[in-house]
Write a protein that binds this ligand. Structure first.
Ligand code: COA
Length: 321
C-alpha cells in the first residue's frame, strides 16, 4: 500500500508587489532584496485571505485529480494565519468546496506546514482510516507583517497550494520525517493576539513576524541536508535516484547552500521564489502545482519535499510521483 498525489492546485495572492514597490514604503532596494534572497516580486492577497485562497487551490486540485469534493474523507491544512482562532481553516474550505463527507482540521508548523500536513494525512492513509484526502498549505502572511520592518517585510508573499492524495493498493515509496526543536522557538515568531482578562487589565496587542535572519539561515542549511540524508538512508535510496528536491522557497541562497552541501546540481532544485517570495506553508504545494501543470513530473519520478520554519520545525518526505 502507498500514498499517491493524484492532483494539485494553487492560488497565489491577487496583487503583484515588486521590490521597487517596497522601496517606496521602507528603505530598501531591488538590488539588496534580489541579491540576498532571489526575490523579485511577491503576490499579496487583497480579497480572498487564507481560507479563500485555500478553497480556490483546493477546487483546482480536485479538478486536476478528477475527483468530486464529496469523495474526500479528510482535509488537513497547514497554516499559521487562519482567519479565526476557531473554526479551523480546513472547515471553512470544507464548506466552500462542498466536501460534505470529509473531516477537516489545521496543522500549525509555520513554513513546514505543508510537509507536516501531508505526513499527517498520509498516516491516516497508512492506518487504513481514510482513502482520499486534500492537503493544503495556505498563508495570508502579509496580514501579520510589520510593513515598517524592512528586515521581514521584503521576504514574504501570500498564497495557497493543495494536493489531493489517495491510498493506493500497489507498492510504492512514501516515507517522511518530521522534526522540531522547541529550544529555538524564539528565533522566528509571531505573537498571537493577546489580551488579558478583567483581572489583568491588559490591552489587546497585535503580534507581528519577528525573525533572527542569520540564526534561521544557519538552522536551515544544516538541518535540511541532514534530514534529506537521513531519509535517503532509511529508504536505501541513492541521491542519483532523486529527480527533484522541492524545498520550501524561503531564500535562493539557502537552496543554493543545501544543493552544495548535498553535492547536487542546482537543476535538481526547482525554484519560483523570484515570483512569489516566501509564501510560508504554501510555497511547496504552489511549486509542485506549477511543475505538475508544466508536465515536469513523470509517474515514477522520485522526489523529495522539504520544509523548514518557525518552531523551529523541519521535515522531509520522499515520494514517488
Ligand atoms: N533592505 C536594505 N537593507 C536591509 C534590509 C532591507 N530589506 N534588511 C536588512 N537590511 C540591512 C540591515 O539593517 C543591516 O544593516 P546594518 O549592517 O547597517 O545594521 C544589513 O542590511 C545586514 O543585515 P543582516 O540581517 O545581517 O543581513 P543578512 O545578510 O543576514 O541578510 C536575510 C538578511 C534575512 C536575507 C538573511 O539573514 C536570511 O536570508 N535569513 C534567512 C531568512 C529566512 O529564510 N527566513 C524564513 C525561513 S522559513
Amino acid at each position: 500500500m502507498t500514498t499517491k498525489i493524484i492532483g494539485t492546485g494553487s492560488c497565489p495572492g491577487d496583487r503583484v508587489v515588486t521590490n521597487d514597490d517596497l522601496a517606496q514604503i521602507v528603505e530598501t532596494s531591488d538590488e539588496w532584496i534580489s541579491t540576498r534572497t532571489g526575490i523579485r516580486e511577491r503576490r499579496l492577497t487583497t480579497v480572498l485571505g487564507t481560507a479563500g485562497m485555500a478553497a480556490e487551490a483546493a477546487r483546482k486540485a480536485c479538478q486536476n485529480a478528477g475527483i468530486d469534493p464529496e469523495e474526500l474523507d479528510l482535509i488537513v491544512m497547514g497554516t499559521s494565519t487562519p482567519e479565526y482562532c476557531f473554526p479551523n481553516g480546513a472547515c471553512q474550505v470544507q464548506a466552500e468546496i462542498g466536501a460534505v463527507n470529509a473531516v477537516g482540521f489545521d496543522v500549525s508548523a509555520a513554513c513546514s506546514g505543508f510537509v507536516f500536513a501531508l505526513m499527517t494525512a498520509h498516516s491516516f492513509m497508512k492506518a487504513g482510516t481514510y482513502r482520499n484526502a486534500l492537503v493544503i498549505g495556505a498563508d495570508d502572511i502579509s496580514k501579520i507583517i510589520d510593513w515598517s520592518d524592512r528586515k521581514t517585510c521584503v521576504l514574504f508573499g501570500d498564497g495557497a497550494g493543495a494536493a489531493v492524495i489517495r491510498a493506493e493498493e500497489q507498492d510504492g515509496i512514501f516515507h517522511g520525517l518530521l522534526k522540531s526543536d522547541g529550544k529555538k522557538w524564539d528565533v522566528l515568531t509571531c505573537g498571537a493576539r493577546t489580551a488579558g482578562n478583567f483581572l489583568t487589565e491588559k490591552k489587546p496587542e497585535l503580534g507581528y513576524v519577528f525573525m533572527d535572519g542569520q540564526e534561521v539561515f544557519k538552522f536551515a542549511v544544516k538541518k535540511v541536508p541532514e534530514c534529506i540524508r537521513q531519509i535517503l538512508e532509511e529508504t536505501n535510496t541513492s541521491q542519483e535516484e532523486i529527480r527533484y528536491y522541492i524545498l520550501h522557497q524561503a531564500n535562493e541562497r539557502i537552496i543554493d547552500s543545501v544543493a552544495k552541501r548535498l553535492k547536487e546540481p542546482l537543476e535538481k532544485f526547482p525554484m519560483n521564489i523570484q515570483k512569489y517570495g516566501n509564501t510560508s506553508a504554501a510555497s511547496i504545494p504552489i511549486l509542485l502545482d506549477e511543475m505538475n501543470r508544466e508536465g515536469r513530473l513523470k509517474r515514477g519520478d522520485k522526489i523529495i519535499l522539504s520544509g523548514f520554519g518557525g518552531g523551529l520545525t523541519w521535515g522531509a518526505i520522499l515520494l514517488e510521483w
